[in-house]
Design a binder for this molecule. Structure first.
Ligand SMILES: *[C@@H]1O[C@H](CO)[C@@H](O)[C@H](O)[C@H]1NC(C)=O
Ligand SMILES: *[C@@H]1O[C@H](CO)[C@@H](O)[C@H](O)[C@H]1NC(C)=O
Ligand SMILES: *[C@@H]1O[C@H](CO)[C@@H](O)[C@H](O)[C@H]1NC(C)=O
Ligand SMILES: *[C@@H]1O[C@H](CO)[C@@H](O)[C@H](O)[C@H]1NC(C)=O
Ligand SMILES: *[C@@H]1O[C@H](CO)[C@@H](O)[C@H](O)[C@H]1NC(C)=O
Length: 676
């Protein structure tokens, strides 16, 4: 231990001599958390210097710190309620695992209990799970600091502050921004920059206004809040509530720290004393300014120089560190170096992000040596088990060649992470053209071309290659368009990754709600018929311009299959077509696609056509058999369930097949069925 480290330690100890006044149960102030009256769970811990760490950078973790004594909220609407109803502020810091890439966030929480063992991490922030999210009986208020954009919760971006009532779909949210009182302009804050920031939450019960304000730790509280939301918390909060902080990590992770916290039920919460707050452990900053080095003597200067070079060398090594094992040598040519991918994507910069799906984020990049444009998908993967098989499968998938498949170029492996490199598709994914206003609507001509293209790609995977390959996640967002608007199927075989090494007690069905065949959710066994089912949902989605399940906020959510079926029964099947086409389509082709979509969506697998037949119907070399609408039975899995808007999902259900022996998961069976 050298002198400076010792001095630093001494300083830390000095700083950690602090005050913690827990005068009464309805107010407290913690400038550092020594002796704090907190209940910790998950990976949360308090460091010797008083720093509260809610999570570290381990993935899929959560941590909670709750004030042990319940706080009483007067739910009666009596006018004697003192102003403000409550007030709190805390200083936090999020240090991402990689520059600009971290997750998922921190939430200040008021809850009827402090036991969250049924909650899940990742996008649920350690507060809810898929079945409790959105229930009015939760009685939970949360202010989220969210660093991942989750489409299923309609998150606005990956850097926002939101007010959540019983659900992670925020009542209101805004990009993290602060409004310095003097300058009168707003300044964007990057939650993941690793610096301490302060959040103030003030609720005025008389006017029923909830204010949320954010600023860097050195600033005083700005006059203007970021969010000022009318909300009646007497409808949400119960008489006795626990208050606390929750944080979670998912596929991406951050160290989530809290340095100090003050709460008051009876008046404005006292300000924290910045000088008394514990220090953060040293970390590399994403935008580091050079610090001034005071040179004492030439010898010291040389010594410092050697240290700096050494540190830079090790940091570079660590930055570009990869996992490479002996068995991988045979895949040499398909292996990309992490350094090249890092340079290609400008360090996985936010501006290069093409999208984020169930398996990870996708970045655009230009390979430094060849100038070739690629798409790089980062998939987090903790388990070593099964990696060898999976890489072998990647190697064979790389040999798949079809003009309607997105070409897989190769891979790279790091600790806990797999990177897949694909051809870059300049026009993006089909769902953007169908469902969002940022892209023009696709003409029927192009839509029909895309359907035929994707059908021929699936036929190739199922029947024309040397082995049977199941796609397992056919849907509009997995179909990419090339420069000429030809459809190309992407993401094949990725579902397989989730099978490896993850099945101890549970079975994972991978796919997307609305596209999952009913038998798949029951047996867990993916087949060519389950791909056909998903392709049926996809055909309907392209023809109708609607997702398979549309939440309308009505008691009855729209189930696309039912809607098309209804139109058919009433003798006007074309009424189901996408209104955005304004009638500009070939009625014959539209009718074919709608009916074929329903045929593929039939509940009984054996009733569905195979991909060869589908292809023949689509290219007109065979005509659809005459069928009556009444003869067709379609049920979409999960009909009637709430909160699933065709979101990416890995469903787990208790395995009734015993350990790892679920049909699609057995280790000797692969998506590449050998020896047909
Ligand atoms: C995170 O914390 C948990 C529990 O304290 C520990 O098991 C794990 O090793 C830690 N991970 C890292 C990356 O430090
Ligand atoms: C709750 O309200 C009642 C009257 O409305 C008042 O007497 C009581 O002191 C309040 N309790 C708290 C904790 O503010
Ligand atoms: C969700 O949490 C509730 C309790 O909070 C628990 O009863 C339920 O089993 C959990 N559901 C899942 C799917 O984990
Ligand atoms: C909330 O913000 C509004 C708008 O700046 C302000 O007028 C009001 O006094 C604030 N209320 C509280 C409780 O901070
Ligand atoms: C809470 O508010 C009361 C009344 O304004 C004040 O006297 C007290 O110091 C505050 N306590 C804390 C911990 O902020």
């Amino acid at each position: 231990m050298d002198a400076s480290t010792r001095a630093l330690l001494l300083l830390t100890i000095l700083f950690s001599i602090h005050f913690c006044l827990a005068q009464d149960e309805n107010q407290f102030i913690y400038n550092g958390f020594h002796g704090a009256n907190l209940h910790l769970d998950g990976v949360a811990k308090i460091h010797p210097n008083g720093l509260l760490q809610l999570t570290n950078i381990s993935r899929q973790q959560m941590g909670h710190a709750f004030y042990k004594i319940p706080v009483s909220f007067n739910t009666s609407s009596s006018s004697s309620i003192p102003f403000p109803s409550f007030s709190t502020n805390f200083v936090f810091a999020m240090v991402p695992e990689l520059p600009d890439t971290g997750g998922n966030g921190i939430a200040f929480t008021i809850s009827p209990f402090m036991a969250f063992e049924h909650a899940v991490p990742s996008q649920y922030l350690g507060l809810f799970n898929i079945s409790t999210n959105g229930l009015p009986t939760n009685h939970v208020l949360a202010i989220e600091l969210d660093t991942i954009q989750n489409p299923e919760f309609e998150d606005i971006d990956n850097n926002h502050v939101g007010i959540d009532v019983n659900s992670l779909k925020s009542v209101q949210s805004a990009t993290a921004t602060y409004f310095p009182t003097e300058e009168g302009k707003n300044i964007r804050l990057k939650l993941l920059n690793g610096d301490p920031m302060q959040l103030w939450i003030d609720y005025d019960a008389a006017h029923k206004i909830l204010n949320v304000t954010i600023a860097p730790v050195r600033s005083t509280k700005p006059n203007r809040p970021l969010l000022s939301t009318p909300i009646d918390l007497s409808q949400v909060l119960l008489e006795n509530m626990y208050i606390g902080l929750s944080a979670a990590t998912g596929a991406f992770s951050s160290d989530h720290y809290v340095l100090g916290w003050s709460f008051n039920r009876t008046g404005p919460a006292q300000s924290l004393e910045t000088s008394k707050l514990p220090l953060l452990p040293p970390h590399k900053k994403s935008s580091q300014k050079p610090s001034n080095i005071i040179i004492i003597s030439p010898i010291a200067a040389i010594f410092v120089l050697i240290m700096v070079i050494g540190a830079v060398y090790f940091r570079r090594r660590k930055k570009y560190e990869e996992l490479r094992e002996d068995w991988e040598t045979e895949y040499g040519p398909q292996r990309f170096s992490y350094k090249n991918l890092y340079i290609a994507t400008k360090g996985f910069k936010g501006t290069e992000l093409l999208g984020a799906g169930g398996f990870g984020k996708v970045y655009r990049g230009t390979l430094p040596t060849s100038d070739v444009q690629v798409a790089v998908k980062r998939v987090s993967h903790d388990s070593k088990q099964g990696m060898k098989e999976f890489v072998a499968e990647i190697a064979s998938m790389r040999r798949l060649r079809h003009r309607n498949l997105v070409q897989l170029l190769g891979y790279c492996r790091r600790k806990g992470e797999l990177l897949l490199v694909y051809d870059y598709m300049p026009s993006g994914s089909l769902d953007k053209f169908l469902f969002s206003n940022e892209k023009p609507t696709l003409s029927w001509f192009h839509r029909f071309q895309v359907l035929k293209g994707v059908a021929s790609a699936l036929l190739y995977l199922h029947e024309e290659w040397e082995q049977v390959v199941l796609h397992r996640d056919v849907k509009a967002s997995n179909v990419l368009l090339d420069a000429d608007l030809n459809g190309r199927l992407g993401d094949f075989g990725l579902a397989r990754l989730y099978d490896h090494g993850t099945c101890l007690q549970t079975t994972h069905v991978v796919g997307t709600v609305g596209y999952l065949a009913p038998e798949l959710t029951k047996t867990g066994k993916a087949t060519t018929r389950t791909d056909v089912f998903a392709f049926g949902a996809f055909m309907l989605e392209v023809a109708c311009g609607k997702r398979p399940i549309v939440l309308q906020g009505l008691p009855e959510d729209l189930i696309l299959v039912d809607m098309v079926m209804e139109c058919w029964r009433s003798g006007a099947i074309l009424d189901a077509s996408d209104p955005k086409l304004e009638g500009n389509y070939s009625a014959e082709e539209m009718e074919l696609v709608l009916k074929l979509g329903l045929l593929c969506s039939q509940s009984i697998p054996a009733m569905r056509p195979n991909m060869r037949q589908v292809m023949q119907y689509l290219d007109g070399s065979a005509s659809l058999p005459e069928i009556q609408a009444d003869r067709i039975v379609c049920t979409s899995a999960f009909t009637g369930s709430n909160d699933y808007e065709a979101s990416d999902l890995v469903i787990s259900f208790s395995s009734s097949f015993g350990k790892c022996s679920a049909p699609s998961l057995s280790s000797n069976e692969s998506i590449l069925h050998k020896g047909r």
